[in-house]
Design a protein around this ligand. Structure first.
Ligand code: PRP
Length: 182
């Protein structure tokens, strides 16, 4: 239990369901990448929990890299302009890239990222996202592995923050309205 639990109105995806889903996705990825070693590219900061659990759930070897990006006004505009805060540490040409995301909201971040990474000539590029909000999508992005489709509501936990807090909760939940107003 965390003291942050008291701020949660209700749980949208339990820790048990998250772990079961990641195990299921990892088993699928192990089969799909039986003859290739995936390079997991985590998008900071939200993806750290998925990256950590997914990489350990995979039975086959993988390597990891991280990127940090900043979406300019993706909440208020649909410009989809993204700035790189931290780039990959290595060349991905010829690599089998698997982008690891916590959530696809509008899809703008991922759409930009796919184009950016594709321009670096990886051998293949796919996406895994734990969560997706179908009702919030502004741009279609091809996502091969999806954990859960959830309603278009603000959620926190398992990497997702409100004011940088709540990322460490082991489940996905909705905040109590009183948290926003305080
Ligand atoms: C979140 C999330 C995705 C992006 C999805 O990151 O991790 O990268 O937003 O939104 P989109 O589909 O509308 O583009 P955020 O910018 O909140 O940064 P964080 O991971 O550091 O919290």
């Amino acid at each position: 239990m965390s003291v942050l639990d008291a701020d949660i109105e209700d749980i949208v995806v339990s820790a048990e369901r998250i772990h079961a889903k990641i195990a299921e996705l990892a088993a699928t990825i192990d089969v799909d990448y039986a003859d290739r070693e995936p390079l997991l590219v985590g998008v900071l900061k939200g993806a750290v929990m998925v990256m950590s659990d997914l990489s350990r759930a995979l039975q086959r070897p993988s390597t990891m890299e991280f990127m940090a990006v900043s979406s300019y006004g993706s909440n208020t505009t649909s410009s989809g302009v993204v700035r790189i805060l931290k780039d990959l540490d290595r060349d991905i040409a010829g690599q089998h890239v698997l982008i690891v995301e916590d959530i696809i909201d509008s899809g703008l971040t991922l759409s930009w990222l796919l184009k950016n990474l594709a321009a670096r000539h990886p051998a293949s590029i796919e996406v895994i996202a734990l969560l997706r909000k179908p009702d919030a999508i502004k741009v279609h992005v091809p996502v091969k592995y999806v954990g859960f489709d959830i309603p278009n509501e603000f959620v926190v936990g398992y990497g997702l923050d409100y004011g940088e807090r709540y990322r460490d909760l082991p489940y996905i939940g909705r905040l109590r309205p009183s948290v926003y107003s305080s």
